[in-house]
Design a protein around this ligand. Structure first.
Ligand code: AQP
Length: 330
């Protein structure tokens, strides 16, 4: 099974990215043949960003992924802009994408109102580039968090529409969304997801936060009225903490509820903080060493791109052939 996922080099990755996506990537290495992970720097330029920092953040993200457990020998890890086939395929897929669909995407609607200077066409086309990222590798499965469900459905529609019009060229991928931790919530505003651009600073736990900062953020986490430590729709704050603790300790949310039945919110928040500190500490330690060697990271990304290009160029050739673009292949 081919597994593919992409992650943006935007800011420091938070606990939502880690639980919803990165831990899935690490697990996917066993099942993927190949497992392919892409740091999507071209997606990051669709909103306001600092060009001085984009490369740095790409190295930050590469080091973090390896620190979390990705093995560059056991998977294909590369930078999106190194494989030009992604942007070329994006343009070809635009031919089978409806503007109305792009306009309706929640992420486009949410992010376009956040832009102060310019709502770029890139922001609108973001899901088509995302479709190209995945379809270029004929991926069967895409591990993502809950927030990407809509984009994945659009991607499937694009692939099906392409195949219907030009012939069966593209694999229609399935999303893989974790049962627990698919939508880690902001600790201060638990009705919203933890987010790089839309969250609160105190409600966002970064993977590289110092233990003291993690403890402080959990201590101040907004909880709900009542005293029960149970998952319920009207208790988004406590439900979030239960799920986070379950993932951090590798147990089920039911087991967390049983353990803390009759307990107090304050003690539970403290225990959740301790579980998260233990969970992230080894990643932070490995990260520091890996991030120090930028040339090793660059060499690793280049080696990954060379492997990725072989697969993506074959798909692009098939797509061009089916669409009648360029010379005949044979
Ligand atoms: N809160 C979350 N819970 C679970 N999974 C999440 N993901 C994002 N937020 C949560 C998943 O993380 C992966 C990478 O997302 P990205 O490439 O979009 O990275 P980002 O821009 O740093 O992530 P954010 O926080 O989602 O940024 P905003 O909110 O600014 O767009 C994806 O698989 C995603 O599902």
């Amino acid at each position: 099974m081919v597994i593919f996922s992409g992650i943006q080099p935007t800011g420091t990755k938070h606990l939502g990215n880690y639980i919803g996506a990165i831990t899935q990537y690490v697990a996917a290495q066993e099942r993927g043949n190949p497992a392919i992970f892409c740091i999507v720097d071209l997606h990051a330029i669709t909103v306001e960003y600092d060009p001085q920092q984009l490369r740095e953040k790409t190295y930050d993200t590469a080091a973090l992924l390896i620190a979390a457990g990705l093995d560059p020998e056991g998977c294909i890890l590369f930078r999106q802009s190194d494989v030009h086939e992604h942007t070329e395929l994006c343009w070809l897929l635009v031919a089978v994408t409806a503007v109305g669909e792009l306009n309706r995407m929640h992420q486009f609607r949410d992010k376009s109102v956040q832009q102060r200077q310019l709502v770029s066409a890139g922001l609108l086309l973001y899901p088509v580039l995302q479709a190209a990222d995945v379809l270029a590798y004929q991926a069967d499965e895409v591990p993502v968090g809950e927030d990407q469900r809509e984009h994945l459905e659009l991607m499937r529609d694009i692939a099906e529409r392409f195949n219907g019009r030009f012939g069966p060229v593209l694999t229609v991928p399935k999303q893989r969304i974790p049962d627990v931790g698919a939508r880690v919530r902001d600790l201060q505003e638990p009705e919203r997801k933890m987010s790089t651009t839309g969250g609160t600073e105190q409600g966002t736990v970064y993977v590289l936060d110092e233990p003291a900062a993690i403890s402080r953020k959990f201590k101040r986490a907004v909880t709900d009225s009542g005293t029960d430590i149970v998952r319920r729709d009207d208790k988004p704050g406590i439900t979030n903490l239960i799920e986070v603790m379950a993932v951090a300790r590798g147990i089920t949310p039911d087991a967390v509820e049983a353990e803390y039945a009759g307990g107090r919110y304050g003690d539970f928040k403290k225990a959740t903080a301790e579980a998260v500190v233990d969970y992230l500490e080894p990643v932070r330690e490995r990260y520091t060493d890996l991030r120090a060697d930028e040339s090793a990271l660059e060499a690793m990304l280049q080696a990954g791109a060379a492997k990725a290009r072989v697969i993506a160029s074959a798909t692009l050739a098939d797509v061009c052939d089916a669409m009648g673009v360029g010379p005949r292949s044979s």
